[in-house]
Structures are given as structure tokens and as C-alpha cells.
Design a protein around this ligand. Structure first.
Ligand code: IDP
Ligand code: MG
Length: 172
């Protein structure tokens, strides 16, 4: 009998947070993530509004740092920009989390992204330069929150066809 080892191909959401952008760390972060040999299947700059910020962090709404976290991801302390990326590959979620490091930048491994580049501000905000999805359920929810299927070069979650009519800006 032939045994087949099934690949656990996952997609995971990475955000380069506003502090990562103002510190010009985009290249360093993407370079370090390339060690994972995962593939980027989505990338875009996003101006994060309150609705997106609160939906993304909805599970943390009872935390005492929630309001500051929302201000942080919306760019109030740095710049109103986030680079959203989707990485794909075997065990992508765990592999990216490993490179990202512990949530608390002071506890993160010194060679992880958060250990290298993160800080805790005097008011207690964990400015940890990157977000990475932490479970399959979170990754699915977050990718579907930040990206439309048509913005990804590969889609692994179910989609449906829908007639969409809305006004949007086009080039003059
Ligand atoms: P994660 O980003 O490692 O998944 P979460 O617990 O999901 O960690 O928290 C989301 C974000 O909220 C963190 O990345 C960090 O920016 C912020 N955060 C988490 N815990 C604290 C805390 O105890 N104090 C201040 N900020 C925190
Ligand atoms: Mg999390």
C-alpha cells in the first residue's frame, strides 16, 4: 500500500503595521518572510478605517488596550497605511507566526521580526510591526475581511458569483 502524505497548504494574512511602514521596514520584513519559502498570493496598501480595524480585532474588544490598538492600526501614531499580504504554502500559518515572534516584543525571540523591530511604548501599546494570523479560522476570516477573491492570484476558500453594481472612481 502506498502511503500518501497530504500537504497542508494554508493561506495566512500578514499586515505590515503603520510602525513597520514609517520605520521603512517593508523590505526587511518581506526579506525575512522569504526565508519561509512561502508564496505571496495577495498584496495591497490599505488605509484602515474604524470599521475594518474594529472588525479585524473584534475578539479583543473587551481588552483594556482595545481603543489604543484601534488607533494604532488606523495609523494615528504613525501613518494611515498598512501593507496587507497573503502568504501561501505548507503550514503557512505556523511558519509565519514563528518568524513573526511573540506578541510582546520584549518576550519575542531577538531574531524574530517583533523581537528585532518591535517596542512597547511608554503608554503600553505593543508596537510590534507585523500582524500574522494565528489559526486556520482566523486566517480564513481575516483574508476574507481584507481581500476580495479577485485580488488574490490563488483562491482556496469557496466563492460565489454575484452581480455587483456600485459607483467607483475610474481614471479620467
Ligand atoms: P497577536 O498579534 O500576536 O496575534 P493578539 O493577542 O491577537 O496578538 O493581539 C493583537 C494585537 O494587540 C497585538 O499584536 C498587539 O499589537 C496588541 N496587544 C496584544 N496584547 C497586548 C497587551 O497586553 N498590551 C498592549 N497591546 C497588546
Ligand atoms: Mg491575534
Amino acid at each position: 500500500m502506498t502511503e500518501t502524505i497530504s500537504d497542508n497548504i494554508e493561506q495566512t494574512l500578514v499586515l505590515i503595521k503603520p510602525d513597520g511602514l514609517v520605520k521603512s521596514l517593508t523590505g526587511n520584513i518581506i526579506d525575512k518572510l522569504s526565508e519561509s519559502e512561502l508564496v505571496i498570493v495577495g498584496a495591497k496598501m490599505v488605509s484602515v478605517d474604524k470599521d475594518l480595524a474594529e472588525t479585524h480585532y473584534k475578539d479583543l474588544k473587551d481588552q483594556k488596550f482595545f481603543e489604543e490598538l484601534i488607533q494604532y492600526i488606523m495609523g494615528a501614531y504613525h501613518t494611515r497605511r498598512v501593507l496587507a499580504l497573503v502568504y501561501e504554502g505548507e503550514n503557512a500559518i505556523q511558519r509565519v507566526r514563528h518568524i513573526t515572534g511573540d506578541t510582546n516584543p520584549e518576550k519575542a525571540s531577538p531574531t524574530s521580526l517583533r523581537g528585532k523591530y518591535g517596542r512597547i511604548t511608554t503608554s503600553g501599546v505593543f508596537e510590534n510591526v507585523v500582524h500574522a494570523s494565528s489559526s486556520f479560522e482566523d486566517a480564513k476570516r481575516e483574508i476574507q475581511l481584507w481581500f476580495k477573491p479577485g485580488e488574490l492570484t490563488k483562491v482556496i476558500f469557496d466563492t460565489k458569483e454575484e452581480e455587483v453594481t456600485k459607483k467607483e472612481a475610474v481614471w479620467k
